[in-house]
Design a protein around this ligand. Structure first.
Ligand code: FAD
Length: 410
């Protein structure tokens, strides 16, 4: 570490703010500047499709409310977009016209909502707090919602809207909801719950046309049906925000490519969070470690902790097991590990009647644990994560025996 090195962090979301916090709380001796395009304090994104859209008082959840980053010595500049990065001169250009020199640069530019090709630009998406406020206004006064996309955010919105009594249609182009990050049986359980709650779930269906008729949307689906709704939203995933990295000449391939210390391809540059594609240690047990872009709150956090340690000169490496959650109705979906690494699945019954689905690879190592339920599911997914992390073969019969605790083989 060089005394007084200036760390510039681009993007004031979970990942960027966490890097700033990790450096400040470890007494980084130089200046730390956090630049965020959004003109508001750092806030958490997961509540946007949950509490924020239903709350009477929808204030954004600030991760550092107790001790704001500014009080930790971080220079926070909100409403400032970084427009250029020159990794040779070690300078970034700002939307204010200023040029800022850096010694270490962290790109934490996140992602933006993907849009369905051909849909009018006016069809809303949900990525920012402002998006959530607009949707909240629609849901509170609305009578019917059509969601394009049966992913996590689309299904969370569907559940929130049913809570307000709206008629809800979810249109999903794939043959099942929740794509490959969630195992089939769990996706089926959640889809069944939505149908029981009255959601009209249309699988293998796409949107053919959208038009506006007064204050209603007219949506024509590929199954020929026509829906007139007052709230329409597209929730079809996100794309990494990599324009700055590309123009700076960094290696980008579905995310800024980073190593196990979150270093990008230029000296003195790191990338963390939704914008980066980094190694998933548990996917490298039989050879080269696979890199993936993981969009989850905890991965953003874990990557930020490792990047900050690397910036401080420590030799921490990213070995986190991916984990994410989603809240729908009274269910919490929990997924630990990597669902598509599993070759077969077994189910462990839980005392409350729910099940935790456990995915094994060819060598009988646990690679995924997932379930949609309440406290018991969350507890067992957490325990299973320790087995995933251990990476040693397990006895599938023991995994599914509720009389035996979930723990790594001795
Ligand atoms: C509605 C919603 C619900 C979610 N729910 C869950 C959940 O239940 N569970 C879960 O695990 N994960 C969830 N996630 C995902 C999780 O929120 C993200 O993985 C996490 O926010 C990633 O953090 P990040 O800092 O990488 O990116 P972001 O939070 O996107 O932050 C990036 C920031 O960088 C800024 N920026 C971009 N480019 C520039 C630039 N050039 N100059 C300056 N600033 C720039 C952006 O404006 C943005 O504020 C959800 C996401 C959304 C949108």
């Amino acid at each position: 570490m060089v005394a007084a090195d200036h760390v510039v962090i681009v993007g004031a979301g979970e990942a960027g703010a966490r890097v700033a916090h990790e450096l400040a709380s470890h007494d980084w001796p130089g200046p730390i500047t956090l630049l965020g395009a959004e003109d508001r304090p750092v806030y958490e994104r997961p509540p946007l499709s949950k509490e924020t859209v239903v709350a009477d008082d929808p204030r954004p959840v600030e991760p550092y409310r107790e001790r704001p980053l500014r009080d930790q010595g971080v220079q926070v500049r909100s409403g400032v977009t970084v427009t250029t990065a020159d990794t040779s001169a070690r300078e970034v250009g700002l939307s204010t016209g200023d040029v800022l020199g850096y010694d270490r640069l962290v790109l934490a530019t996140g992602a933006r909502a993907r849009r369905v090709p051909g849909l009018p630009a006016s069809v809303p998406t949900l990525r920012t707090y402002d998006d959530a406020l607009a949707l909240r206004a629609g849901l509170r006064g609305g009578t019917d919602l059509l969601v394009v996309g049966g992913g996590l955010i689309g299904l969370e919105l569907a559940a929130a809207a049913r809570g307000f009594g709206l008629a809800v249609t979810v249109v999903e182009a794939g043959s099942r909801v929740l794509q490959r990050a969630v195992p089939d049986p769990v996706a089926e359980e959640l889809a069944a719950r939505h149908e029981r709650e009255g959601v009209d779930l249309r699988l293998s269906t796409s949107v053919d046309a959208v038009a506006q008729e007064g204050d209603r949307w007219v949506v024509t689906l590929s199954d020929g049906s026509v829906h007139r709704v007052d709230v329409l939203v597209q929730a079809v995933g996100s794309v990494p925000e990599v324009g700055l990295a590309e123009s700076a000449g960094l290696v980008v391939a579905d995310g800024i490519v980073v190593d196990e210390q979150l270093r990008a391809s230029a000296d003195g540059v790191w990338a963390v969070g939704d914008c980066c594609r980094g190694p998933i240690a548990m996917l490298g047990r039989d050879g080269e470690v696979e890199k993936r872009r993981v969009e989850s709150w905890r991965m953003a956090h874990d990557q930020a902790v490792v990047a900050a340690a690397a910036i401080r000169g420590e030799d921490a490496v990213l070995d986190a097991v991916p984990w994410f959650w989603s809240d729908q109705y009274d269910l919490s979906l929990q997924v630990s590990g990597v669902a598509d690494a599993a070759r077969r699945w077994v189910a462990r019954p839980e005392p409350d009647g729910s099940r935790v689905h456990l995915g094994l690879d060819d060598a009988d190592r646990l690679v995924c644990a997932a379930g949609a339920g309440r406290a018991a599911v969350a507890k067992d997914v957490r325990k299973a994560e320790r087995i995933i992390r251990a990476g040693t073969p397990v006895d599938p019969a023991a995994l599914v025996d509720p009389a035996l605790p979930l723990r790594p083989s001795p």
